[in-house]
Design a protein around this ligand. Structure first.
Ligand code: GRF
Length: 201
């Protein structure tokens, strides 16, 4: 029985697409639900195109709505991939050890409330850091705070802009996130720590 995964996304959903592409038939996990807080999120279109249930949260702050929707689809693992709202504490608790998030920097640095999208990469460049990367971590009640499960490192180039750095990090996110989801499906929960995945080393 494949592991049943829900993906929550507010925007473009390229990480969702990487998961859909990796988790084809025969994979140990399958996406059974895509949830968004935004009706016009491209992630919802990607889900529908793949024949996956695509649902909009009427009230993202209502834990009962979350648990009802996830229960209907018998979700084993929740993946936050570009989901910009804080998940209600009761939902985080109900899925403790079974809810993960991907962040486009090397946590614990450059994370937390307000650190998303272009702002993350601007902050990395402003700091003078010579490397950045992506992190997959367990979700707890604070933004970008739970235990780190896997990271991938990416060099910061001297002529990087927030856009070029974001693109290089995103490419690696598309490998990192499916790797963690497959490892989770094989191991069951809590989601295991995944050995460093670093194409540059
Ligand atoms: C990614 O950079 C992810 O790390 C962050 O939000 C972005 C989502 O991108 N949490 P996409 O919607 O998957 O393209």
């Amino acid at each position: 029985m494949p592991y049943r995964v829900a993906v929550c996304a507010s925007g473009g959903g390229s990480n969702l697409q990487a998961l859909l592409d990796r988790l084809g038939s025969g994979a140990p996990a399958m996406i059974v639900l895509v949830l968004s807080d935004r009706r016009n999120a491209r992630a919802l279109e990607r889900a529908r195109a793949a024949g996956v249930a695509a649902e909009v949260l009427a009230d993202p702050s209502d834990p009962a709505e979350w648990t009802r929707r996830m229960g209907q689809h018998r979700v084993d693992l929740v993946v936050l991939a570009g989901f910009l709202k804080l998940v209600p504490a009761a939902v985080v608790e109900a899925y403790a050890g079974r809810m993960i998030n991907i962040h486009p920097a090397l946590l614990p640095h450059f994370g937390g409330s307000g650190m998303y999208g272009r702002r993350v990469h601007e902050a990395v460049l402003a700091s003078g850091a010579t490397e950045s990367g992506a992190t997959v971590h367990l979700v707890d009640e604070a933004f970008d705070h739970g235990a780190v499960l896997a990271q991938v490192r990416v060099a910061v180039e001297p002529d990087d802009t927030p856009e070029t750095l974001a693109a290089r990090v995103l490419q690696q996110e598309h490998l990192l996130l499916p790797a963690v989801v497959v490892a989770a499906a094989r191991a069951g929960h809590p989601v295991p720590v995944v050995a460093p995945l670093n194409p540059q080393s």
